[in-house]
Design a protein around this ligand. Structure first.
Ligand SMILES: *Cc1c(COP(=O)(O)O)cnc(C)c1O
Length: 239
């Protein structure tokens, strides 16, 4: 009896082929590139289908929406990423709902996350569990709303490194939309250069670059992306 392959499984397979091709072109190992399926607006059942197709990283951009969906997905062993702007008053809920925050953009938010994580810690005296975070950089201030300004990036990175419950892993960006994805290449390259410079300044390894979405992930891969965040390419168009 033929097993019907879900539309989402087909899309995941297509994306994996495209990732492999782009990686090969850039002389990179596709295993270095993590697919983060951005499931906002889609139901828990869609996440389950992607999980069945082998996806293990998921991104959501709203605490409220994810809170309801996660209840239905507690049996899945996946990594849940927060990829959208987080208001400081939701830090407490966010640390219970997500494994990583990929859109950290202020010292104030970092401190709120630190305090929330410290409260979750059992008083065992053991080394604290750290939450991996990425710093979202605002590369095109006139066109994007969130992210830390490049001039403020080193100070934010230094502040995060001092917080015992946060683990600084790298940088993230959302470039402005362009019809031709080649036009956003300079933004991806710039993020990588900021990362390289920051590593030298801090003397701290920052392995992750979260960049590239459905429309431009191949370009991002050739510029060094280690995490690509795909919504439409996996789940279809959002309303
Ligand atoms: C929605 C979203 C994505 C995915 O966008 P697509 O163009 O549908 O792939 C990626 N990153 C962030 C931060 C998002 O909010």
């Amino acid at each position: 009896m033929a097993v019907e392959t879900s539309a989402i499984a087909v899309q995941v397979a297509r994306v994996r082929e495209r990732v492999a091709r782009a990686a090969k072109q850039a002389g990179r190992d596709p295993a270095e590139i993590t697919l983060v399926a951005v499931s906002k607006t889609f139901p828990a059942s869609a996440i389950r289908e992607a999980y069945a197709a082998g996806v293990r990283h998921f991104g959501e951009n709203r605490v409220q929406e994810w809170e309801a969906k996660r209840l239905q997905l507690n049996d899945l062993e996946a990594t849940w990423h927060l990829v959208g702007h987080l208001q400081t008053n939701k830090a407490r809920r966010a640390v219970r709902l997500f494994h990583t925050v990929d859109s950290l953009d202020s010292i104030r938010l970092a401190e709120k996350l630190e305090a929330a994580l410290a409260d979750l810690d059992a008083p065992t005296g053991a080394a604290p569990a750290r939450m991996p975070v990425l710093l979202e950089v605002r590369l095109a201030p006139e066109e994007t709303k969130h992210g830390v300004e490049p001039e403020a990036l080193p100070a934010l990175a230094e502040a995060v490194l001092r917080l015992p419950h946060l683990e600084l892993r790298g940088l993230m960006c959302i470039p402005p939309w362009a019809e031709n994805p080649e036009q956003v290449r300079p933004y991806f390259r710039q993020l990588r250069q900021f990362r390289d410079r920051l590593e030298q300044q801090l003397g701290h390894c920052l392995p992750e670059l979260s960049m590239g979405m459905s429309h431009d992930f191949e370009v991002a891969i050739t510029e060094g992306a280690t995490q690509i965040r795909l919504g439409t390419a996996i789940f279809g168009a959002r309303d």
